[in-house]
Write a protein that binds this ligand. Structure first.
Ligand SMILES: Nc1ncnc2c1ncn2[C@@H]1O[C@H](COP(=O)(O)OP(=O)(O)OP(=O)(O)O)[C@@H](O)[C@H]1O
Ligand SMILES: [Mg+2]
Length: 366
């Protein structure tokens, strides 16, 4: 093994459930080694305030500024714990790739924008490590969606002798398709965000563990059809979306409050299964690698497996990347791309005019 270059990837996803931290070593030929991981759950009050900001409920500019700082303190704490766990010093890390916390993502707006908060200056000061952040906005400025950004990294994990797909089920679900001659990818729609919001409303739980509640309900077919009739699902790629579109208001506009709550929950699982498996089937892939928290929902995974049959479904652990940390590992890789001044986007995925070096460098203090 050649001398490894160490990077840390930090992901706090759209679900605002936790900060995922990954210590990653890269060989000079690009081989990736996931060395150590750490998860820091977001405090419930901060999570509630982030969700309020994402959905623009009772949020002031001051709240957002406070969240920006609160998040960076937690990012620094996650990095500290990760370094202790791995028994490695900050000076050995080239950079932290910090995704930040998405509050809004509106690539289709008149003035397309996306906003990730979590003060990177403060993170560089607190950690003593160079930080790379703000990855998405350059792609948007170049006419792209700013998302998904992981397909470029996924390409490095497979041989490209067959067509493989990655399905990440986070708050939003996204697919990457790595074919021998082409890389594509887009957000397929809601992953867990709607089912999380629905169970939070009806049972005061953060998510439906294992899909146990949904399993006791029945798919409401007319509701599923109304959901799938949303123009987002039939729009061609490039496309990406967020909680500011798929949220409780979107759901309530479908008159779900008149229905049995558990049947709505079951139908939401089916919505994610249907929309993602339609994309996988259309991709012509021979194999699917699952990642993201949604794959712990056994009902969802079962439905995806059955809808895409006979395509083989496994998870990214088969590629030696822990499937709960794929996004964090990808942002470590994106930080390396930035320091090496090579592109991080795939224009056929995001729709950007051409390849761009992504991210802003916040150097550590010498
Ligand atoms: N045991 C479980 N059973 C069912 N669902 C689970 C379980 N564990 C996690 N989840 C789901 O996974 C979600 C978190 O997944 P993840 O961290 O991949 O998403 P994210 O932070 O939103 O990232 P992304 O940026 O990819 O959207 C939780 O909100 C929950 O819905
Ligand atoms: Mg998460």
């Amino acid at each position: 093994m050649s001398q490894l270059r160490y990077f840390i990837g930090l992901m706090s996803g759209t679900s605002a459930d936790a900060i995922d931290a990954a210590l990653v070593g890269f060989e000079s030929d690009g081989t990736t080694h996931l060395v150590c991981t750490h998860t820091l759950e977001l405090p419930a009050d901060l999570k509630a305030r982030i969700i309020a900001a994402q959905t623009r409920v009772n949020t002031t500019l001051r709240d957002i500024c406070e969240q920006d700082v609160a998040l960076s303190l937690l990012y620094a704490a996650a990095v500290k714990s990760l370094l202790e766990k791995a028994n490695i010093s900050a000076s050995e890390i080239e950079a932290i790739g910090n995704h930040g916390q998405t509050l809004l993502h509106a690539p289709e707006a008149d003035h397309a924008f996306t906003l990730q908060i979590g003060d990177n200056h403060r993170l560089a000061e607190l950690s003593g490590i160079t930080v790379v952040g703000d990855f998405r906005r350059r792609d948007i400025a170049a006419g792209g969606q700013g998302a998904p950004l992981v397909p470029a990294f996924h390409r490095t994990l497979v041989a490209q002798t067959e067509t493989a797909a990655f399905l990440n089920v986070g708050g939003i679900a996204n697919v990457s398709v790595i074919a021998p001659d082409r890389v594509s990818g887009f957000d397929t729609g809601p992953g867990n965000t709607l089912s999380d919001a629905w169970i939070r409303k009806h049972r005061q739980q953060a998510f439906d563990a294992g899909g146990a509640w949904a399993r006791t309900g029945t798919v409401n077919e007319p509701l599923l059809e109304r959901m799938l009739a949303d123009p987002y699902f039939s729009r061609p790629a490039p496309k990406s979306t967020g909680q500011d579109y798929f949220n409780l208001t979107w759901l309530e506009n479908l008159k779900v409050d008149e229905l049995v709550p558990v049947d709505v929950q079951r139908t939401l699982v089916e919505l994610t299964a249907r929309s993602s498996s339609d994309a996988l089937k259309a991709s012509g892939c021979e194999r699917v690698y699952l990642c993201g928290g949604g794959r712990h929902n056994n009902l969802l995974t079962q439905r995806i497996r059955s809808l895409v049959e006979p395509i083989e479904v496994t998870d990214t652990c088969a590629l030696r990347v822990d499937a709960d940390f794929m996004e964090a590992v990808a942002f470590a890789w994106l930080a390396k791309q930035r320091l090496d001044r090579v592109s991080g986007n795939v224009p056929t995925v995001t729709g950007a005019q051409s390849e761009r070096v992504l991210g802003v460098i916040y150097p550590r203090a010498d």
